[in-house]
Write a protein that binds this ligand. Sequence first.
Ligand SMILES: O=C1O[C@H](COP(=O)(O)O)[C@@H](O)[C@H](O)[C@H]1O
Length: 239
Amino acid sequence: MSKTLVVVVPDADVLAATVASRLVAKIVDAQADRGTASVVLTGGRIAAKVLGTVKDLPAAAAIDWSHVDLWWGDERFLPAGDADRNETQARAALLDALPLDPARVHAMPADSGQGVAAAAAAYAAELGDPLPPFDVLMLGVGEDGHVASLFPDHPVLNETSTTTASVEDSPKPPPNRVTLTMPTIQTADEVWLIAAGPDKTVSVGAALGGDRSKPAAHATGVSRTYWLLDRAAAADVKK
Ligand SMILES: O=C1O[C@H](COP(=O)(O)O)[C@@H](O)[C@H](O)[C@H]1O
């Protein structure tokens, strides 16, 4: 049965260091077990900080980066290289410095005129059936409790028939996005919800308190669900 654990650390810098260390250990363990590791990246401010911290960790040298598959939980549907794409930010923070196998870096499609629905369908094809075995799937948590590009009260939150979905009216810019659906997120062995700062206090407190209107409340891993928080984000979490 899946277990939920809440880890609270003093501030965003310590949180980034904590998540980065855990991520390196998780990848090393997965590679020791089966030779490869599969990680789903998230976007947002704390995600970039985590990846930047991984770059400076001596223990990251224990990873065979050529045998790591990288996926994304969601993407802002913008042209390739746009500074607001989650992919662009991850590459700048870490990926460009790593000896990755390009065939294992599964970025979500960029906007090249194909349309966001076609981009979501293309990513579903890339994921395949069955889905890859995600060792860890990281999620930032929005001020409104969104995860990936699954927003409160948005119909895509209830999508269960596909592994990915397009969003064309995101309440947070940009309006067009591609996202994993909630059932896809829930296939990951571990889901890590990561949040820092006072603007996350209310949504984190509500989601962890069981408010199912917050998409974050639905994001669970098969073995473990970790909430990795700084003190400000955890201020409304009941003991
Ligand atoms: O737009 C997005 O926002 C969330 C949260 O971002 P943050 O900067 O408030 O931490 C992020 O997790 C998601 O991947 C991204 O597309």
